[in-house]
Design a protein around this ligand. Structure first.
Ligand code: BMA
Length: 825
């Protein structure tokens, strides 16, 4: 096969005008203009406004390229575009060869007749999507009135990531361009059209590969499939002639090594190599390689005492799913590198996630994303790319969506990490009871069923019958049958935050699986500084408000602040305290649902990441900096976790055990004063069975009513292997606690691979944050409580110094900043 990569230098222009600059492809209008320094950073201050406006223009990208004679002699030549954003006309040597209208699809365009030996040219015109949606003339009864929060009217008309038009956490930076590889392929032989790998775990493990090829004229081909472990051992190979272009080969895997999600076992992968060979000379014509993991993975919906469960079931084991929701990592999609995603997903793994939900308002990530999830043991809940919108499902639109689904399902279905396909985000629920949806026409309502309960599930099931399909998130199974019912299916819960209910409200709900719940915070000052000038650094300034896309959110953060903490003295302290609030909120929900393991079987918080620097629900900001929530998640998502459940009269200490071992534990619950003196202590031994949660100890606390402002509760669990887990609760909100100002003593020592920070406090210091103003590191733990006068040690692996550097321990000590609730700077 001949392949010519068309990546590299292209020229960028507005249609009909002079070249603006040369740019790198894969690249977009924004990446091109930014690299050429023609526009300023769209994320700085309110540059978003200017950035959006440039997309009222049509753009074109153009280049020439040389074709060798041999290429033109191939029987077939195709132009392959793996990602075109979005409304394009493609010209080769001046002839229009295709128009495209879906950034989620791969376009393969036959171009043999147009290519010539020697110099050729390609020009892609990107029509303004803003003009398209603005000029769009709706048919009577089909005008969609609903606009998702922060987004633009008409975003639903185009198969382009909805959130590129803005969202309640993202800017309207639009963009257009070639965001994935583009190349020519010439061939005169049979091609692999499809490799569908399925597994049978009934008796032992059998791997089946169904191969379909497009045969070439006058050529007989063989199909060879080889399967091996990743290290090359256990090779098995079979080769058979292709009969009518297809072949099915089955392998029995001796001593199968099963793939498990993070925390339940390892993630061994097997390599499945499919080749087509020329029957006459044995020459290999084409190769396809896929990595698989041996596992069964589905969703169990067995009936039980509470209704119907909703639990991922891996190799027969029902797990408690812990994770978060993923959005695109950047508004400029060509900057979403495998390296960036590796970092993000590794952070998820470090916080003890076993699942990420790829949310439907973004894009289908690249293959590398799923390779990384396979390796890290992160189950992917995969939405199809539809969110919070109403669609007019014409035949043409339905066909476009159908092909998009088939292409992406084929690309991803072999991945070990793939947990389920989900039709969309929140649209069933919206049709069921969101007020704004009830004014839309019945015609459009019927179109929901057509697309999400007919066209798409049919396409997905035909292409990947083995993976679970769920019509919407949340849902109870479809047909507008109480999509928010908490006795079955999944739920999104937003009464804490959008509904301004107290954190304790989480404890009223026993969802079967909570796939969204969230709480906002500001990113840290380093990130705020990146998009503001000194004068902007007030949360109600024009600049900071434009980096807050949920209109009511600043008010909400201040409301929750007023309920829990004293008034912060400055922006630094405000930013810190919003992060603490966010971590506290999510911990409340997760602890409660984990205590009710069995009834609830999953928690995915909203949201893991950001696509620009912004105040949002994320636990990791745009620059990869961990907010308090991410550090806290590492603890509340740990396979074995402790939590205190407080009621008026008593405090109960629970152990949540997501391991296959019984956990024997010694638990202490102490009432301490502000100088960490123990005023009362009870201890108890107990156990939590494998995959269960248990109430280990209860303490009557009514006796502390009088002194409730002067004490805190410290729960400690010592596991059989010596691991110590702690949790802290207070009997009054922190704002009413008689906290002393802590005097910290710190030291830093250097070891070969780590720096070790030793820190002592003169008194109880809740939510201690360590940081460096001019360096980024990941601490072993952060936003922790100091509950006694013993030195606490926190390690920093040298490999976790992400930016900046330290000459030695002394340098680190000098630059270390410490904050806690009673620190004012
Ligand atoms: C959820 C998501 C997003 C949104 C978030 C916060 O329901 O699906 O649409 O960003 O709420 O409002």
């Amino acid at each position: 096969m001949n392949k010519l990569n068309l990546a590299g230098k292209w020229s960028l222009a507005r249609v009909g005008e002079e070249t603006i600059c040369t740019m790198n492809v894969p690249g977009t209008v924004l990446s091109g203009l930014l690299d050429a320094k023609i526009i300023e950073d769209p994320f700085y201050r309110i540059n978003e406004d200017r950035t959006r406006e440039i997309f009222w223009n049509d753009y074109q990208m153009e280049r020439s390229f040389e074709i060798e004679e041999g290429f033109c002699k191939e029987e077939q030549v195709e132009l392959v575009c793996e990602g075109l954003d979005t409304l394009t006309d493609i010209y080769l040597n001046g002839t229009k060869v295709a128009s495209t209208d879906n950034m989620h699809r791969t376009w393969k365009i036959p171009v043999k007749d147009i290519l010539k030996t020697g110099e050729n040219s390609i020009r892609i015109v990107f029509h303004s999507v803003l003009k398209y949606i603005n000029d769009y003339v709706y048919e009577p009864g089909k005008e969609v009135k609903y606009i998702p929060s922060g987004c633009m009217k008409g975003n639903h008309l185009i198969r382009k990531a909805h959130s590129m038009f803005g969202w309640d956490w993202g800017p309207q930076t639009i963009d257009a361009g070639i965001f994935r590889p583009i190349y020519l392929e010439g061939y005169s032989h049979a091609r692999i059209e499809d490799v569908h790998i399925t597994q049978d775990h009934e008796q032992g493990v059998k791997v089946k590969t169904a191969v379909r090829i497009k045969e070439a004229e006058d050529q007989q081909s063989w199909i060879r499939v080889t399967i091996s472990e990743e290290d090359g051992s256990g090779v098995q190979s079979q080769q058979i002639p292709a009969a009518d272009g297809s072949a099915e080969l089955e392998f029995e895997i001796p001593d199968p090594k099963l793939w498990w999600p993070n925390g339940y076992g390892s993630q061994p992968l097997y390599l499945v190599k499919t080749e087509i060979l020329d029957q006459e000379n044995g020459q290999v014509l084409e190769v396809s390689e896929k990595r698989i993991g041996l596992r069964t993975l589905t969703v169990s919906q067995e009936k039980d005492a509470w209704g119907k469960e909703f639990a991922f079931c891996v190799n027969g084991l029902k797990i408690f799913t812990r994770g978060g929701n993923y959005i695109p990592d950047d508004c400029l999609y060509t900057r979403i590198s495998a390296q960036k995603q590796d970092y993000l997903l590794e952070c998820c793994k470090r916080a003890n996630f076993n699942c990420v939900r790829v949310w439907g308002g973004g894009y289908y990530p690249s293959d590398e994303f799923y390779d990384l999830c396979d390796r890290k043991g992160l189950i992917v809940w995969q939405d199809l790319m539809y969110a919070c919108n109403v669609y007019d499902v014409t035949d043409e639109f339905a066909e476009n969506c159908r092909i998009e689904a088939i292409e992406n399902v084929k690309r991803l279905r072999h991945h070990a990490c793939l947990g389920l396909w989900c039709g969309n985000n929140e649209i069933e629920s919206a049709w069921d009871h969101w007020g704004d949806f009830q004014v839309e026409t019945a015609y459009l309502r019927a179109d929901y069923i057509k697309l999400f309960e007919s066209v798409l599930p049919k396409a997905v099931k035909e292409t990947d019958p083995d993976t679970f399909y769920w019509p919407s998130s949340p849902s109870s199974g479809g047909c507008f049958d109480k999509p928010d019912d908490d006795t079955r299916g999944d739920n999104h819960y937003w009464d804490v935050w959008h509904g301004q209910k107290p954190f304790t409200d989480y404890q009223k709900y026993y969802f079967r699986f909570c796939s969204e719940f969230g709480f906002q915070s500001f990113p840290c000052m380093k990130t705020v500084n990146s998009y503001t000038e000194e004068n902007d650094r007030n949360i109600f300034s024009r600049v900071m408000e434009s980096h807050q896309k949920n209109d009511a959110a600043n008010g909400k953060m201040l409301y929750y602040l007023s309920e829990n903490f004293q008034y912060p003295e400055n922006l630094k302290q405000l930013v810190y305290v919003t992060q603490v609030l966010q971590g506290m909120a999510i911990k409340y929900g997760v602890d409660h649902w984990r205590r009710n393991r069995g009834r609830c079987m999953g928690a995915l918080y909203w949201q893991i990441n950001d696509n620009w620097p912004v105040a949002s629900w994320s636990s990791i900001d745009f620059y990869g900096r961990w907010k308090a929530l991410h550090y806290m998640a590492a603890k509340f998502y740990a396979p074995v976790a402790i939590s205190v459940y407080l009621t008026e009269k008593s405090a109960a200490v629970y152990l949540e055990n997501e391991t296959n071992q019984v956990q024997n534990v010694k638990v202490s619950l102490r009432v301490k004063d502000m100088y960490c003196h123990v005023l009362e202590e009870i201890t108890s031994e107990g156990k939590a069975d494998a995959f269960s949660a248990a109430d280990i100890l209860d303490m009557e606390i009514s006796g502390w009513k009088e002194k409730k402002h002067a004490v805190f509760l410290e729960a400690e669990a010592v596991l059989a292997d010596g691991t110590v887990l702690t949790d802290v609760e207070t009997l009054v909100p922190f704002k009413h606690l008689e906290l002393e100002i802590p005097q910290f003593t710190t030291k830093v020592t250097e070891e070969e691979a780590d720096y070790v920070i030793g820190i002592t406090s003169s008194c109880f210091a809740p939510f201690v944050e360590l940081d460096f103003e001019d360096a980024d590191v990941i601490f072993e733990d952060n936003f922790f409580h100091i509950t006694d006068t013993v030195e606490k040690t926190i390690r920093i692996k040298k490999t976790d110094i992400r930016s900046g550097s330290f000459t030695d321990a002394c340098d680190m000590l000098n630059r270390l900043t410490i904050r806690s609730l009673r620190t004012s700077d």
